[in-house]
Design a protein around this ligand. Sequence first.
Ligand SMILES: [Zn+2]
Ligand SMILES: [Zn+2]
Length: 425
Amino acid sequence: MLPLPIQHDELLATLNSFGTDLPSKCSLPVEELEKRLIKALHFSQRFDELFRLEAKKKLDPHEYHKWTNHNDQKVAKAMQRLSVEETVMGSAPISWDLKLGAESPNAEIFTELKHTMMGLGHAFDIDSKSRVYFVGADKDWLIEFQTLSVHKVAEDTPLILFCYNHQVLPERNALEKIPTASRYNPVVVISELERKVLLALWDHNGNRLATVHHKKVARKAGDYKASFVLPLGSIGMRELGSLSKNTGCVICGQANSPLRCDKCLSVIYCSERCQTVDWQLGHKDKCVTLQDATWHRVVFHDRPDGVDMGYTTMINRKDQIKGANFPALPVSNARGPSVKKTVLVKMQTPGIPGVTIPDHIMIYDRQRSFRKFWVRSGGPSDAAFRVAVQQIHRSGGKVYRWLKRIDDNEYEVCLDRVSPETPVW
Ligand SMILES: [Zn+2]
Ligand SMILES: [Zn+2]
């Protein structure tokens, strides 16, 4: 399905770099993870928002005006999408230049991809005819990227229409294939994983491109393919939820898995057989029972008065800042879980852990079917509130805890039992 196969662990790492919460032991099959990767790339480009295309209609960039560079309208800058975290922490990438060396293997793939997109815009800004060459550390493959034109598909959004050619070569031969030219033709060393994800993105976008562009490129040089790129930005919470859910039976990976360990609620199974296997394999030791746990009685709010907007901007450190359009929140729903039922929820605070002291915590379930706010009130539940905030900050901005619904907005929260591993979310 993808132009180059991507391993299971690489797919998980890539998806999680986009902000999903897939557990490291997630047993979803490779084909399902590939589908989610394609969806993630699709969401990240805000494709549906930008082009309200009917299902079968293909995109023709020539229907949009050409991008003209003046003042602040450089393509490199317009290809940049900052996240809340980058803005607040001041860690925004300042150089658009394509790096000449490979990034550290620990660099998050999503960050690398974003930099590459900006670099492609930068190459166009310097010389609209420039070519960009991507090679691997072993120089045994070469991807040539050549811009055809840049279009303005929205006020602040460029689309780079291009053609590319991917060649597999004998080791160390790649550099010889690159013409020594007087133009600005940067050679960029990228990781194997970035190569695979880039090709997956270009292949996916190529499939959505109007046939006329494929024909044009094929006429000029048969072994080149046409595609396009858009700025890559962070994915909204709701879309992240759809990419993170139904991780399947932890033993066999089957998607339709209705059983859940009823002690800790953190693992799901397709059948009692798989549940028994997992229990014997060691879940027995990890499973945390809620017996003798301490429950704190708290009244939740549907929405904290007057702070919703400030909260929205800070809700997810990786959410993208895009004009005044802040990312969608999980739905607010007055109902919540049924009375007396214990559910595992995610708790998050606004702002950067350890930097801002929040006066409320957002709480939502794994299906994102309800969302509540725990607001510091000056009342008796504030001691538990402080404990919860500490726990959230210590674990980097979110924790998973259990709660029981008592009445309309009255809940009981358990803070002294920790989910044994990252729950299936
Ligand atoms: Zn199973
Ligand atoms: Zn359990």
